[in-house]
Ligand binder design. Sequence first.
Ligand code: GUN
Ligand code: ZN
Length: 444
Amino acid sequence: MTETVLRGRLLTFHRAPADGNDESAYTYHEDGALLIRDGMIAKRGTFAEITRAAPDAPVTDHRPKLMMAGFIDTHIHFPQVQVIASWGAQLLDWLNTYTFPEETRFADRGHADRMAAAFFDQLIAHGTTTAVAFCSVHRASVDAFFAEAARRDMAMLGGKVLMDRNAPEALLDTPQSGYDDTTALIGEWHARGRSRYVISPRFAITSTPEQMQMAQVLARENPDCHIQTHLSENHDEIAYTASLYPQARDYLDVYESHGLLRANTLLGHAIHLKPREVDALAATGAHPVFCPTSNLFLGSGLFDRARLERRGIRSGIASDVGAGTSYSMLQTLSEGYKVLQLQGQALHPLQAFDWATRGNAAVLGMEDRIGTLDEGTHADVVVLDSNATEAMALRMDRCQSLAEELFVLQIMGDDRAIDEVYVNGRACKHRDREACAGRRIAVA
Ligand code: GUN
Ligand code: ZN
């Protein structure tokens, strides 16, 4: 048994704050501590309480920095690490011009392994300790992804995309091979350590009805696996989908009529929704995922969070790298704030930080394991530095409340504001970078 204590200012959420005055929604200790035992949070409290409980455990003192649960990114594309910041296109052109050609490279296990090391380095550098990822169509990309997650002991979710049309030949599976590969990968990786497999029909445009039927079989056979796809991101995409699925009542119905909507379904974007689609989301418990940097970058549109909230629909928030422009959940919250501002929906920083931690864990149905600093959960912890840059320090000089400080982190923060990251109790922001240096790609 190994025991350690992390000391610092401490913030964790119990539920979504109703507003900026909702103090019972969270716990904050000015001098707080976590007792970590074998990678799990054994006890949380003030430093005085924790030292009474474990007087001999070694202490790492992070004061005056702020400890919080590690960030959770509920939608990201692993094979797009070298697609991020590709110029000038909206969704369908962006996919055809940049993204699909890049994803063909992930048939090669060596390439996938090198990219996995780089991808996980980026997640950790930006304070993300759990992510839900699309891999490429190739099994090698999934093996590389989960092998790297296991090496780092991270709670990661992911799956191979199912796609059998409207993409280059080298990216196509078939309904049968997609089923067979997914079934084999679930057997290999699902619920192994902290890994969870996600059934991943990419989107309606790249799957035939026959493949959607196979996805339905996979979903039925594996109720414990999450499902992820894309929904109503872009007007041309919606029109093309309607032409490919003329029977469908609307875009969402392509997934609904194939039994793919349930409480552990994640639908990236969900911007341009018809009233019936909102009804169906509310009825099935499926979760839209807001990807603000991506939606701005591709000119896709404005996610209407309030409309969904009014119907009791809980959304995730995510980076969507490589259409997203930053791995940072702080930057994601910053752009999210601006997208919502354009619609008169100001996002309070307490709500924002709850969303990127406990809220996203709840959307995944994993709040009992990740997303908070509660006892009995994994010690996935981020240590935030609100004075990370001179500009932040200047602003911090005039901050008088926790909410103000959080807003500085949300609007001005990025990887520089991530002082340390713990995964299962192990400090890894600085250590893993060194350990992985040998495996990282040489940049010509
Ligand atoms: N829709 C289908 N595939 C993708 C993708 O890779 N990125 C985004 N943003 N939308 C998609
Ligand atoms: Zn996506």
